[in-house]
Design a protein around this ligand. Structure first.
Ligand code: ASP
Ligand code: MG
Length: 407
């Protein structure tokens, strides 16, 4: 008998039929004798719908009120799932984040969990209850409701798995695992059986949208194995686990693409100390995350700096930087929204040379121009024209032989 944390995403509970199906799965685990803590997201696109609704009222709503609004989505799903379980004779009980002691800091809309006082859950588990917890939410020290950032139900699940020392943490979604690349784009993409936290984190942060990055980070930090699997089948999914020796044999684990970024170029930057600091301080103060950065080596008095930002923040970034430009003698600030970032990820590249060369050659041979490059120990990313991104992914997937079944 084990304690299992299960998380069901929005698509798994999008409508009453699906909620009933989830209830059946949970019931089957419960009947097999397991103790269950089930985390659910808001039904389908509820969170997006709520954001749209807020937008109709205010273009700049306070983040506290946004959290108050967004947290209602998950409150609907927990109640419905508990009812569906009760219909099946399971003694289920639903809770908000507050009720199960999920305490966060006060960064509304992207709060971090500080701790979980799990006494209530433990008490209810002892009463043989099946616990249903609203994902994505907590409260700060003033008992104001906070949310954990988009996709934050994953984090709720991982944090509960840690706090309760669960035996397993299952993440149910609408795909049956993590693939070598997006199977909608590349038909012979393969399901990955085991992937390390680090690789998963790099894939997630470079475009693969299966799990929230922060939740993978936390799972890795506390070594909580995650099983990502489909809520529509009983097939084994993908295990996200601590890296082991055998994983290094695989050169590249996956190819990802991010089409949500824009390139900003600041040109004619006076070649003197302090200006880059000013540029990136301005962006960071505005909460804009910068990704790939390149600076050309200035021949003489000035240089160019290019970087990528989330596409929906590009206009803000340009406006802010034009002010900096006026003050600092920078010539021009321009943006190019028609770019994409294609990345190859794998811990195998730590011990195998030549991965970058191979990637650049594949792109070059196929006349795909590389506009920017960035690397980490286990990832190489190239910024290319948006129009060639899909082709780049297909070519890289093929040439790195990811279409062949591996262990
Ligand atoms: N409902 C929230 C969202 O859509 C949280 C989640 O789905 O994990 O971002
Ligand atoms: Mg959702």
């Amino acid at each position: 008998m084990s304690l299992i944390v299960q998380k069901f995403g929005g698509s798994s509970v999008a409508n009453p039929e699906r909620i009933k199906r989830v209830a059946q799965r949970v019931a089957s685990y419960q009947k097999a004798g397991h103790s269950l803590v089930v985390v659910v997201s808001a039904l389908g696109d509820t969170t997006d719908d709520l954001l749209e609704l807020a937008d109709k009222i205010s273009k700049n709503p306070s983040s506290r009120e946004l959290d108050m609004l967004l947290s209602t989505g998950e409150q609907i799903s927990v109640a419905l799932l508990a009812m569906a379980l009760q219909e099946l004779g399971v003694d289920a009980i639903s809770f908000t984040g507050y009720q199960v002691g999920i305490r966060t800091d006060s960064t509304h809309t992207k709060a971090r969990i500080i701790d979980i006082s799990s006494d209530r859950i433990i008490r209810e588990l002892k009463n043989k209850k099946t616990i249903i917890v609203a994902g994505f939410q907590g409260t700060n020290k003033n008992q104001d409701i906070t949310t954990l950032g988009r996709g934050g139900s994953d984090l709720t699940a991982v944090a509960l798995a840690k706090a309760l020392k669960a035996d397993t943490c299952e993440i149910y979604t609408d795909v049956d695992g993590i693939y070598t690349t997006d199977p909608r784009l590349v038909h012979d993409a393969q399901k990955i059986e085991r992937i390390s936290y680090e690789e998963m984190l790099e894939l997630a942060s470079s475009g693969a949208q299966v799990m929230q990055s922060r939740s993978i980070e936390v799972a890795g930090k506390y070594n909580i194995p995650l099983h990502v699997r489909s809520s529509f089948s009983t097939n084994e999914g993908t295990w996200i686990v601590k890296e082991d020796k055998s994983m290094e044999d695989v050169l590249i684990r996956g190819v990802s693409v991010s089409k949500n970024e824009a390139k900003i170029t600041v040109s004619g930057v006076p070649n003197k100390p302090g200006i880059a600091g000013k540029i990136f301080r301005t962006l960071s103060d505005a909460g804009i995350n910068v990704d790939v950065i390149i600076q050309n080596i200035g021949k003489a008095v000035s240089t160019d700096i290019s970087f990528t930002v989330p596409r929906n923040e590009a206009d803000t970034a340009v406006t802010l930087l034009k002010k900096v430009a006026d003050e600092s003698g920078i010539k021009e600030v321009t943006k190019d929204p028609h770019i994409a970032k294609v990345s190859v990820v794998g811990i195998g590249m730590r011990s195998h040379a030549g991965v970058a060369a191979k990637m650049f050659e594949i792109l070059g041979k196929n006349r795909i121009n590389i506009e920017m490059i960035s690397t980490s120990e286990i990832k190489i990313s190239c910024v290319v024209k948006l129009a060639s991104a899909d082709k780049a992914v297909k070519l890289l997937h093929q040439e790195f032989e990811l279409n062949k079944k591996k262990k």
